[in-house]
Design a protein around this ligand. Sequence first.
Ligand code: PBG
Length: 329
Amino acid sequence: MSFPKDRPRRLRLTPGIRRMVRETSLSVDDLIYPMFVVEGNGAKETVESMPGVFRFSADVLVKEAREVADLGIPAVLLFGIPDEKDPEGSSAYKRSGVVQVAVKTLKDALPDLVVITDVCLCEYTDHGHCGLIKNRGEVDNDATLELLARTALSHVRAGADMVAPSDMMDGRVGRIREALDESGYINVPIMSYAAKYCSNFYGPFREAAESAPQFGDRKSYQMDPPNVREAVREVVMDIGEGADIVMVKPALAYLDVISLVRDLVDCPVAAYNVSGEYSMVKAAAEKGWINESAVMMELLTSIKRAGADLILTYFAPDAARLIRKGEGF
Ligand code: PBG
């Protein structure tokens, strides 16, 4: 009778040994919490397709963000939903715009919380595209760059610690870097949505942010899901233009991209666990088909294992609570 000598199970038999040999652990420090902000006062609006996610006015946002900070989460990412939309998305770069006011209010109240702003036009344009529209309905790359740079600069002037362009126009990281540097903000980092795919998993977000395109789709600027070499090209280009952190988005259907990018670059890699990924877990849990918190921890840990240093996720507060109780991996 011969017995196997190599027995991986020896190192799985007790919780203590499992803890010792665990290769990946999710930390509260890895989390970034995306939050939606609306104009006005006293607002806390539900988002039907994203249970547990709300749209807050700046005053309420501060209270919520304080809880986020108290959980040890280092950063939030802000999305603005303005009252007024127009073809040029002009409320995106207004000094008194919804995000600008929210950033200032947040930084005054919670100076240590890292406030990152999403830089894009789609929540601000009446047509819902991420850039300016030319006559024939095309998105005009180069004319959009100027508006993105103005938007980023206005966020930083309001006090944002970092800007995150999510529009996918070519050259926007370089143009934003130039605009920030020219105004003296040489130390404000850019987290670029470098490999952002044209994904169907953004559906619930577009309800939350009222940013669905009114015609056509985003296929001419966001990446084609079957491609991976193109992700390398986008990442290398953004770093060359001055990106400090590069992001892969979405996360779960793109773990191979996260892993590849992690091997390729030296800068921090972020991954966005997007709205559809969140809502699927919520919906299945509501039906009683999965254990929500266990599935959440497994998914977030998998994103980390794939190579993400930072994870943007609507689960951030729930995950932080579990990690603090020692109930993570
Ligand atoms: C704006 C933007 C989107 C998301 C982040 N920034 C939507 C889109 O590109 O259509 C998606 C986030 C999510 O689904 O959670 N361009």
